[in-house]
Design a protein around this ligand. Sequence first.
Ligand SMILES: [Ca+2]
Ligand SMILES: [Ca+2]
Ligand SMILES: [Ca+2]
Length: 485
Amino acid sequence: MRRGTVFAVVALMALAFVMTTAGALVVAEDPAPTAVDTNVGVVQALVTVDGVMTDGINVTLYSLNDDGTRNLVGTMASTGGAYMVWPWGTSYAPPESGGWQNGWVGWNALPTTHADKDYVDYEVEVEVPAGLISVNGTVQGGLEVGRLWAPSTEHPFCWGRQFEFKLESRPVEYRLDGYKFKDMNENGVMDADEVGIPGVTIDLDTDKASAQTDAGGYFSFTVAAGEHTVAVDESTAPGYYPTTPTSVVTSEGKTVYFGNAPYGSICGKKYNDKNKNGKPDCGEPTLGGVTIKLSGKTNVGGEEVNKETTTATDGSYCFTGLKAGTYIITEVVPSGWYATGPNPKTVTLLPGQNVTGVDFFNAQGCVPYGSIYGKKYNDKNKNGRRDCWEPTVSGVKVKLSGVIDGQLVNKETTTSWDGSYSFTGLKAGTYTITEVVPSGWQATGLVSVEVTLLPGQKVTGVDFFNVRTSTCGWTLDWCLFSCWF
Ligand SMILES: [Ca+2]
Ligand SMILES: [Ca+2]
Ligand SMILES: [Ca+2]
């Protein structure tokens, strides 16, 4: 491509056109050419500068050979007083009142056949004067061909084409653009299902220029060649936090993407759990003035977050303005009270998610002890559960362990004559209950079970199942017994 010129493709024109105001095209009432005349081709071009139809700019027309080489047809300056070109040789119309426009050039009576072909390819080139640039998007990237066909049944009205050259009066400049988008998966990429954020201010080179993102989150700047700093004014995107750097150094022709994810929140209530069941029941009051803490890390950047709030008079609390992440919410249990539900609680927060119901439950008074109960069964049919005819097993060792209030707790007991065992006097916490499988037996269920005990809670049914591995000996009677059922 030559410096200072722009090649253009002539656009399809099925009929002769007359320009009316502001470049709008109107199809003229126009008799079709005769089928026998192949020299009926018409090419028109309009030149605008800053949107104004402008005279005095040279436009050149070439016809193309099969090998792409060009034959000069002629050069004309866009002409004061526009005209209409008729396929059969009507000359340029003079300026007249009532709608003729400046800025046009045109050729008529052009061949529409060459060699054995029933078409001719043409190319139009505009000479871009110093101080102007061409902003025709389609012609900046390369050369296309406009084809005029000889009139035929197959191509009855393909003997004319038209093109508009848009020039702008500014120094040699380029586009630098981008998007501000809702990055709902926080991966820094504008994925196909993610949308733009409108109305965000983007600054170019600090104070040099600024743009607002449109409805699709798009912005663009016209820049000189070289490096430029593009930055987001995050104060114009309230409710969002960045998932990509908010300022980048880039250059002309580049597209930058600024990701944002919406803040989320975690809310709950604090209850006086009078019946100590770890749930809000009708008539149970809420508690104000209780400290709730939040700690955790954000997904993006792994920022440490630590916050603290106090429940309102209605017992409610809220942590707002949270980036997506994993958080631990802890109630500071007031003196004279104890927790009757889980404390702390873990919440995995997604971008823009508002998690509610992270409630805490307290009861007043001394912390009651809890207990854990279970039985040991001879699981004769090895299905890991107790069938009605399966006997219990006595004399089997069961262990309990856990770390409660920072102290290691270890207990041990043995199943009694009816196969049952219990651990009582337990503080709230998480315990592991393990059966010591006796020699000659194998487990048919879990041998170790984790139990989280609330204050005063009685957990039952922590059962273990074994079956004998030894052959029948003194237990023959049991074997026969089981076969009969
Ligand atoms: Ca994304
Ligand atoms: Ca309750
Ligand atoms: Ca069983």
